[in-house]
Design a protein around this ligand. Structure first.
Ligand code: AGP
Length: 611
């Protein structure tokens, strides 16, 4: 989705903005641009190309822009108007004086276009964005100053958006507004950086203030001034971002997804470290603590991989805390009139914290009286402003579109949450709690062991890269991992894949079995083992080609599966975390061998900020 960058300081803005936009590339984009504040006006450069195209164009303008000390930049994911230079950002007023970059959608843009056209300021692009600079320009013609016109324009806009705005006659000022998508301001020494998330700011500063919804702000060399939705001056305290700098670089890996798969032991260890005090789960949920004992129901809302995490969460919470859990796609929850009360805990799971449907679903649940909690990976994200409390995974920035380390750390936090609520409600034994904590602590080393299987997994992938269909099977909490394995394969390799509970084979999918179908089975040593084994034997008897991931020492599938990979034995409730990893590696190598753009699969963006 779109990315915003801004710089105001004493250095040349152009290279800083380009670097910042490169760090936002992972969000997905189809065009890009920058606006540079120069002595004779704002120079706008746009390109429907990778950022290298924009860079080359800026260079071709023979460095004239290098004099600019203030500038804004943008990567655009087209929503209103096709990808083109005309529709790329920055968008400007007709006289080129008011220049804007924008994330999100102005829902009332059609009405504004009509009004502006009637005034003689007809938009020339197909974007919703262009209304904004045109409106600012109209309001200034009517007598407002730049700041007043910007604030008034913000008040006219409906929807979810964040904007940065420059004016050619106010070269030392940058105006900002947020009503939805994250906007962070990084504080350097005598210079300021703005971005849609914290990662691009890290090379410059770790002190970042996030605007709140409804804020209108001004940046100049004297600092940041923020007015809240009531036009009162407010302080937005900066937070210290402790992500490692190397986290947003490839560091020798070919792809971010590969790197992120290998970062999982560390990411998990960090997540556990932050939320465990010895044996005691320390989630710091003081806001919600009093509600856990009387909970009637937990409603999990999420999308994609985070939804799969929610399905595993249901197993963990119902097993340990004995609270009924519903897991909804956020996009469905919103439209099915779910039953929610003040004894419901609505739990949103989202890596980015910016997914539009997940945010809207949590907001709906809150309006119906539910208590609200979020699990999120990104500090400063929207969801954390909405939820009463947020548990942050410590995965570090996840750049690959395919979620990997965010998923396994979400699962670890769900296990800790289930343990904690179970302890508060007295629904599980102390022994089980201690056993699970030991199991969680063992996971980083066990995942390293799974990494050691990479060569074998790569070989498997090599032999199956021409597959056109795959069926992933698992039972119990391994069923969501079957879904997740299938999603990983389809999103990055474009192979059609489905996940099914193994027990459903005979209710339909068995008809698919033929030599062209690849079956991937998950069969840890748990209470389901015998039943899964029997399902797989039946599939093999009908000619299924099976690759199986099993517990160490498992012999039941010898002669049944054509390839068997053994994983360390873990507590059955934690097996989903471990079994996700070889499926990530399998999908990664299949996609790589097929020549796919692993980190930027076609048509997909990292965060989906529209419905
Ligand atoms: C995961 O590999 C996907 N790219 C996608 O399904 C993702 O999990 C989904 O869009 C939800 O994102 P979120 O966790 O940031 O809300």
């Amino acid at each position: 989705m779109c990315g915003i960058a801004g710089y105001l300081g004493t250095r040349s803005a152009s290279p800083i903005l380009l670097d910042c936009l490169k760090q936002l590339e992972y969000r997905g984009y189809d065009s890009a641009g920058v606006g540079l504040q120069l002595a004779d006006g704002i120079q706008i450069t746009r390109s429907v190309d990778r950022l290298s195209g924009l860079e080359a164009k800026l260079g071709r303008l023979n460095g004239q822009g290098s004099a600019a000390r203030v500038g804004i930049g943008h990567t655009r994911w087209a929503t209103h108007g096709r990808p083109s230079e005309l529709n790329a950002h920055p968008q400007s007023s007709l006289d080129g004086k008011v220049v804007v970059v924008h994330n999100g959608i102005f829902e009332n843009f059609l009405e504004l276009r009509a009004e502006l056209s009637a005034y003689g300021l007809s938009p020339i692009s197909q974007t919703d964005t262009e209304c904004f600079p045109l409106l600012v320009s109209m309001l200034m013609r009517e007598g407002m100053d730049f700041g007043q016109a910007f604030a008034a324009a913000v008040r006219r806009m409906r929807g979810n958006y964040s904007v940065l705005c420059l004016h050619a006659e106010h070269p030392d000022r940058m105006l900002l507004a947020r009503s939805g998508p994250t906007l962070g301001v990084g504080f350097g020494v005598g210079e300021y950086f703005v971005a849609s998330d914290a990662a691009p700011l890290l090379p410059h500063t770790r002190e970042v203030a996030f605007l709140e919804d409804g804020d209108v702000a001004e940046l100049n060399l004297d600092g940041l001034t923020v007015l809240d939705r009531n036009a009162a001056v407010v302080e937005r305290a900066s937070v210290h971002i402790d992500w490692e700098l190397g986290a947003v670089e490839l560091n020798g890996y070919r792809h971010f997804m590969h790197k992120e798969i290998f970062e999982q032991p560390e990411a998990l260890a960090r997540t556990l470290e932050a939320h465990l005090d010895g044996d005691v789960v320390a989630l710091g949920l003081s806001e919600l603590e009093g509600s856990f004992r009387d909970l009637e129901h937990i409603a999990i809302v999420a999308c994609g991989t985070s939804w799969h995490a929610g399905l595993v969460g249901k197993f963990l919470i119902e097993q340990l805390a004995r609270v009924p859990v519903d897991v909804d796609y956020a996009s469905e929850f919103r439209y099915r009139s779910p039953i929610v009360s003040n004894r419901t805990l609505a739990l949103a799971i989202t890596q980015s914290g910016e997914t539009a449907d997940t945010i809207a679903a949590l907001r709906d649940a809150k309006q119906c009286g539910a208590r609200t909690l979020a699990i999120c990976n990104v500090v400063g994200a929207q969801i954390a402003r909405l939820a009463e409390a947020t548990l942050f995974t410590r995965a570090g920035p996840e750049i690959g579109v395919a979620s990997t380390k965010a998923f396994t750390t979400e699962l670890a936090l769900l296990a800790l949450l289930a343990l904690h609520i179970g302890r508060v409600r007295g629904t599980m034994t102390a022994e089980l709690g201690a056993e699970l904590v030991r199991g969680l602590r063992a996971l980083p080393a066990q995942i390293e062991h799974v990494h050691g299987l990479e060569d074998a997994i790569e070989q498997l992938a090599g032999a199956r890269q021409a597959t056109t269909n795959a069926l992933y099977l698992g039972r119990g909490s391994l069923y969501p991992i079957a879904l997740e394995g299938a999603l990983k394969l389809k999103e990055i390799s474009y192979i059609h894949a489905e996940g099914y509970p193994a027990g459903e084979l005979e209710h339909g999918p068995m008809a698919l079995i033929d030599p062209a179908l690849q079956v991937v089975a998950l069969m840890p040593r748990d209470e389901h083992r015998e039943r899964t084994l029997s399902n797989l034997k039946q599939a093999a008897a009908r000619g299924a080609k099976i690759v199986a991931f099993v517990s160490e020492g498992e012999r039941g599938l010898d002669g049944v599966a054509e390839a068997i990979l053994e994983l360390p034995l873990t507590h059955p409730s934690l097996a989903p975390i471990l079994y996700a990893v070889p499926l990530q590696l399998f999908a990664y190598h299949v996609a790589r061998l097929r020549g796919c753009d692993v980190d930027r699969p076609r048509n997909l963006a990292k965060s989906v900020t529209v419905e």
